[in-house]
Design a protein around this ligand. Structure first.
Ligand code: MG
Length: 371
C-alpha cells in the first residue's frame, strides 16, 4: 500500500467571534492510498498555516512540506514516517505549527492502519486499559458568576459527574475570580468534581493567592494559571499549594512536556492529540508521565475527529483517567462526524470500529469548506 495524496481541508463557520473557542474553524487532513483506504485526522492550529506546512514544496533537505515527504510511502510504517516528517521539517519545525500539522497526518495514518488491519486504533496502540471513560463537561465560563452556576447545574442534570469552566472573565480581579469559582461550586452541588481553567492570566504569586482562595470550594484541579513559558513560576506554584496544577495544551512534542513535568513540576499532564504530534507522540508523552507517576488527560476543544482520537489515547494510557468533553454547541463540533460519542451516565464508550471509528459527514464538509 502506498500514500497517493495528503489533503489539507480548511473548514470555517461563516461568522467567527473573538472568543476562546476552537470549534469555529478547523483543519481536517485526509490521507489517500492506492488501496482505496482513506484516513482522517485533524490539526488544532491556524488552519492555513497547517495547510501551507502540508503543501509546501521542497526548498532544501530539512525544509519540505509533509505531502512531498509522504507521497509513495507505506502508510503502515507510522513511527518511521513520524520521524521522516520531523527530520524533513527540522528547519521550520520541531515545535508548534509543524508538529500540529504532523498531528493531523499522524492521526490519519492510525485511521488507515486500523482500517487496513480491521482493528480499532486503540488495539494497534497497544490495547485499551478501559472500555469507557468518565467525561467532564468542558465549557467556557458564563458571562457572570451566576450564569456559570446555572450552567454547572445544567451539566449535572445531564448526568455529568465533573465539570470544567475556563477563560474569560477569569483574571479580571480577585472578587470576580472567587465569585466565579464559588458559583460554579454552588451550581454543581457538593458531589460533582469542579475543574477551573484560568486561561494563562496570572503571575505565579497571584496564582498562589487564588489557588489558596479557591481551596474552600474543593476544586479538583487548577489549569493553566500561568503563561506556558513560565516554567519556574509553575514550579513555585505547584510546590506551594495543595490543589493539583494541570497544564500542557499549548505544548507540542515530548521535549516540551519533559520540561513542563521536570522543571514546571505540574501534577496533571494535558495532551492534545491534534497538537502534540498525533497519537504516536501522545503515547510517548503518556509513558513519560507514567514513568514520573503523573496522570495524563486529553485536551479537546475541536470536532468529533479530535474527540475520537482522544478516546483512543485516553483508553490506551495506563495513567489516563478522565475525558475532556467539549460541550459548547457548534455546527463543526456537532455535525462534522456522523458518530456523536454520547455521554451515558457520565461516561463515554471507547469506539470499537476499525481505525478511529469516525465517518465524515460530507455535506458538512462541503458546507463549511473554504479551501
Ligand atoms: Mg485549557
Amino acid at each position: 500500500m502506498k500514500i497517493t495524496d495528503v489533503e489539507a481541508i480548511y473548514l470555517r463557520l461563516p461568522v467567527i467571534e473573538e472568543r476562546c473557542d476552537g470549534t469555529q474553524d478547523t483543519l481536517v487532513v485526509r490521507v489517500h492510498t492506492d488501496a482505496g483506504l482513506t484516513g482522517v485526522g485533524e490539526a488544532d492550529s491556524a488552519p492555513l498555516v497547517v495547510r501551507a506546512i502540508v503543501e509546501a514544496p521542497v526548498s532544501h533537505t530539512i525544509q519540505r512540506g509533509l505531502r512531498e515527504l509522504l507521497l509513495g510511502e507505506n502508510p503502515l510504517e507510522i513511527e518511521r514516517l513520524w520521524e521522516k516528517m520531523y527530520q524533513g521539517t527540522l528547519f521550520f519545525g520541531r515545535r508548534a505549527a509543524a508538529i500540529q500539522a504532523m498531528s493531523g497526518v499522524d492521526i490519519a495514518l492510525w485511521d488507515i492502519a486500523g482500517k487496513a488491519y480491521g482493528q480499532p486504533a486503540h488495539r494497534l496502540l497497544g490495547g485499551a486499559y478501559r472500555q469507557r471513560v468518565r467525561a467532564y463537561a468542558s465549557s467556557l465560563f458564563g458571562a457572570t458568576p451566576e450564569e456559570t452556576g446555572r450552567l454547572a447545574a445544567g451539566f449535572r442534570d445531564q448526568g455529568f459527574t465533573a465539570v470544567k469552566f475556563g477563560w474569560a472573565p477569569m483574571g479580571q480581579d480577585e472578587a470576580t475570580d472567587v465569585a466565579l469559582v464559588r458559583e460554579a461550586r454552588r451550581g454543581a452541588g457538593r458531589d460533582m468534581d469542579v475543574l477551573i481553567d484560568a486561561g494563562c492570566v496570572w503571575d505565579s504569586k497571584t496564582a498562589i493567592q487564588r489557588a489558596r482562595r479557591f481551596q474552600e470550594y474543593g476544586i479538583y484541579w487548577l489549569e493553566e494559571p500561568l503563561h506556558p513559558d513560565d516554567l519556574e513560576g509553575y514550579a513555585r506554584l505547584a510546590t506551594s499549594v495543595d490543589v493539583r496544577i494541570a497544564a500542557g495544551e499549548e505544548e507540542s512534542s515530548r521535549h516540551s512536556y519533559v520540561d513542563l513535568m521536570d522543571r514546571g513540576k505540574i501534577d496533571v499532564v494535558q495532551v492534545d492529540v491534534t497538537r502534540c504530534g498525533g497519537l504516536t507522540e501522545a503515547r510517548r508523552i503518556a509513558w513519560l508521565a507514567h514513568d514520573r507517576h503523573l496522570p495524563v488527560v486529553n485536551h479537546s476543544f475541536k470536532t468529533g475527529i479530535n474527540l475520537a482520537a482522544s478516546l483512543h489515547f485516553v483508553a490506551t494510557a495506563p495513567n489516563g483517567f478522565i475525558l475532556e468533553y467539549p460541550i459548547t454547541p457548534s455546527p463543526l463540533r456537532d455535525q462534522l462526524t456522523r458518530e456523536k460519542f454520547p455521554v451515558v451516565d457520565g461516561y463515554v464508550t471507547i469506539p470499537d470500529a476499525p481505525g478511529l471509528g469516525v465517518t465524515l459527514d460530507e455535506e458538512t464538509v462541503s458546507r463549511y469548506r473554504v479551501a
